[in-house]
Write a protein that binds this ligand. Structure first.
Ligand code: NAD
Length: 262
C-alpha cells in the first residue's frame, strides 16, 4: 500500500466524517498529510498523532478557517514550507443548511458559498503554481450528487456544489498540459455528522419524523437503499491521486448507488 509514498496531501475539513476517512486513506498509501478543520484542539492532536503512528507518515495540522482566503492560502504555503511539495489537494470541507428558499437565512447562504465553493477557489489558486513547478499534481474536489442534481430546501448547498463542478472543469482545462488533473467526486449520502444533523433539519422543514426522513427522503434517493461507505470513496480517491488516474481530468464522478442515473 505505497502508491503515494513520499507524496504530500492536504485534506480540508479532515477533523470529521469523509475528510477524516480520506486523510487516513491517503496516509495508508504512504502520503504525508496536512489535516485541517474545526474542533477541540486536544481531539485534533489525538487524530494527528494516531494517523502518523498507524501509517508511519508525517501528519501536520493547519487550522485555516475555510471562510478566510488568507488563511487558506497560508495552509497551502504551509504544506510547501513543511514538506517541500504538494501532490494532492483534496477540497472536502463543507457544511449544510436546509430551509425553504424564501426563509433561507442570508448569513447561511454566504457561509455555505464561502466554505463549500469559494474555499476551493482560494486553495486551488494557491496550489496550482506549486503543482506547475513540480509538473505533477492532483486537485480533487469532494463535491456531491448535488453537483449534478438538485433537492428542495438546499438552495445554497446545491448552488455551491454545482459551482464546484464548474470550477473543476475550468481548472482541468487550464492545467492539463502541466501533469495536473482536477476532478470532482460526487457521492450520494454517506452517514456522517453532516447527514445526521440534516435528518433533524429536514424533518422540521418537511414536517416529517426523523425515521420518515431516513426512509422516504434519504434512502429514497439512492436506488441501492444503502449509504455510500467511506472505503468506496477512498478507492476512487486513491485511484485519482495515483499515476493510473493521469488521464481522468475535468470529470464529475458520481458514486451514489445510481441516484443521478434516474
Ligand atoms: P462533516 O460535518 O462530518 O465534516 C465537515 C468537515 O468540514 C469538518 O472537519 C469540519 O470541521 C470542517 N469545516 C466546516 N467548516 C469549516 C471551516 N469554516 N473551516 C475549516 N473546516 C471547516 O461532513 P461530511 O459529511 O464528512 O462532509 C464532507 C464533505 O463531503 C462536504 O463537502 C460535504 O458537502 C460532502 N458530501 C457529504 C455527503 C454526505 O452524505 N455526508 C454526501 C456528498 C458530499
Amino acid at each position: 500500500m505505497t502508491q503515494l509514498k513520499g507524496h504530500v496531501s492536504i485534506v480540508t475539513g479532515s477533523t470529521s466524517g469523509i475528510g477524516q476517512a480520506m486523510a487516513k486513506a491517503l496516509a495508508k498509501q504512504g502520503s504525508n498529510i496536512v489535516i485541517n478543520g474545526l474542533g477541540d484542539q486536544a481531539k485534533i492532536e489525538e487524530e494527528r498523532a494516531q494517523i502518523a503512528a498507524e501509517f508511519g507518515v508525517q501528519v501536520k495540522y493547519h487550522g485555516a478557517d475555510m471562510t478566510k482566503p488568507d488563511e487558506i492560502a497560508d495552509m497551502v504555503g504551509f504544506a510547501k514550507r513543511e514538506f517541500g511539495r504538494l501532490d494532492v489537494l483534496l477540497n472536502n470541507a463543507g457544511v449544510q443548511f436546509v430551509s425553504p428558499i424564501e426563509e433561507f437565512p442570508i448569513d447561511k447562504w454566504n457561509q455555505i458559498i464561502a466554505i463549500n465553493l469559494s474555499s476551493a477557489f482560494h486553495s486551488i489558486r494557491a496550489a496550482v503554481p506549486i503543482m506547475k513547478e513540480q509538473n505533477r499534481g492532483r486537485i480533487i474536489n469532494l463535491a456531491s450528487a448535488h453537483a449534478l442534481v438538485a433537492s428542495p430546501f438546499k438552495g445554497a448547498y446545491v448552488a455551491a456544489k454545482h459551482g464546484v463542478l464548474g470550477l473543476t472543469k475550468t481548472v482541468a482545462l487550464e492545467v492539463a498540459t502541466h501533469g495536473i488533473t482536477c476532478n470532482a467526486i460526487c457521492p450520494g449520502y454517506v452517514k456522517t455528522p453532516l447527514v445526521e444533523s440534516q435528518i433533524a433539519d429536514t424533518a422540521k422543514a418537511r414536517g416529517m419524523t426523523p425515521d420518515q426522513v431516513m426512509k422516504d427522503v434519504i434512502l429514497a434517493a439512492q436506488p441501492t437503499k444503502k449509504f455510500v461507505e467511506f472505503d468506496e470513496i477512498a478507492g476512487l480517491l486513491v485511484y485519482l491521486a495515483s499515476d493510473a488516474g493521469a488521464s481522468v481530468n475535468g470529470a464529475g464522478l458520481a458514486i451514489d448507488g445510481g441516484w443521478t442515473a434516474a
